[in-house]
Design a protein around this ligand. Structure first.
Ligand code: GFB
Length: 318
């Protein structure tokens, strides 16, 4: 048990969807939350990160800073996704060690697993097969992040842990259609079709299956893991249920109250056919999600209408 009460807790990537949800969640803990503006320190700059961290001396760190994006952005900008994420992870991990941070949680992604993994995917599937080509660059960086945490644990005894969330969505998401993930894209497309007319155009065949988790559930799971988990093995964070992209589109249309036609743009990639994660380990630690898919979509739409979103900002894990 790692108590957060009375601790100084640094949330890296606090302006992103996941980081801002972790900050919201930490408001319920009796701890001091530290954040860092990118105009002050670029998290890719190892010297600046080390100087800041050794000056502020946080007790705990949530590593929610990353360059993230949907399938097309991953496919189009492989160098950025690989390099920026490696730089952030190495700078942050080394700085945490230099600053004697007691506990750190690294956030990855379900795309670390082989494209053809057994379903639901157990943590042990890591590095057992080839990755999905559209996001192998991001996946390799995230696998390196897990390995960095494990290496520091092994060599120096650092209490660094890793959580692998499934596809996340919620307030603060990126709604730019060129770089977003599928959920914000569908909310935007259905909203546009409902208010402006026209078809809802979805990418690919609609048959890939994805597991979705509302970002505040993910933040709650991260805090739970920070308090109750300490092991080298990374741990899956999901909702336990997946849907096809076509089913998701229909659900978004129902929640937003739109009845139009769905058409497919098959020039766009499908990506991994399925990536449902096995959540047994997290469940055994006493954590379960609370926000249903429909409720999460309704809340995300409200946030979108209220302007709580970003466009083309691929700057924080999600
Ligand atoms: O969410 P998404 O971009 O990423 O796409 P991945 C999921 C599925 O939705 C794919 C389809 O099969 C897309 O072809 N899709 C349908 C759409 N319509 C759209 C649309 O308008 N926009 C988008 N973006 N997709 C990413 C990885 O994979 O997920 C990252 O590239 C990361 O590395 C992240 O792991 C969580 O689930 O395929």
């Amino acid at each position: 048990m790692f108590e957060l009460a009375g601790k100084r807790v640094f949330v890296a990537g606090h302006k992103g969807m996941v980081g801002s949800a972790i900050v919201r969640r930490l408001a319920r803990e009796d701890c001091e939350v530290l954040t860092l503006d990118r105009r002050e320190v670029d998290l890719r700059d190892q010297y600046a990160v080390r100087a800041w961290m050794t000056d502020r001396r946080p007790d705990a760190v949530f590593m929610a800073a990353a360059k993230v994006g949907g399938i097309l952005a991953n496919d189009r900008y492989p160098a950025d996704f690989l390099l920026d994420n490696l730089l952030i992870e190495t700078a942050m991990t080394a700085a945490a060690h230099a600053a004697d941070v007691t506990k750190m949680l690294f956030l990855g992604s379900s795309c670390i697993y082989p494209k053809m993994s057994p379903q639901p995917i157990p943590e042990e599937a890591l590095l057992t097969g080839l990755l999905e080509p559209t996001n192998e660059w991001y996946a390799i960086a995230k696998i390196a992040g897990i390995k960095l945490a494990q290496a520091f644990r092994r060599q120096y005894g650092c209490d660094y842990i890793s959580a692998m969330p499934t596809n996340l969505y919620g307030p603060g998401d990126n709604f730019d259609l060129g770089s977003s993930h599928v959920m914000p894209a569908l909310i935007r497309k259905v909203h546009d079709a409902r208010t402006g007319g026209g078809d809802v155009v979805i990418w690919g065949t609609g048959t890939p299956r994805r597991e979705f988790l509302y970002v505040d559930d993910c933040a709650d799971a991260c805090v739970h893991l920070m308090k109750h988990y300490s092991d080298a093995q990374h741990i899956n964070v999901g909702s336990g249920e997946d849907v096809t992209i076509l089913e998701l589109t229909q659900t978004v249309m129902e929640v937003l109250g739109h009845n139009g036609r769905i058409v497919h743009d098959t020039s766009k990639p499908d990506g991994t056919p399925r990536k449902l994660m096995d959540g047994a380990k997290l469940q055994a630690l006493g954590w379960v999600p609370t926000v249903s898919l429909r409720d999460g979509i309704a809340r995300s739409y409200e946030a979108f209408l209220a302007g709580q979103y970003r466009e083309a900002a691929m700057d924080a894990t999600g």
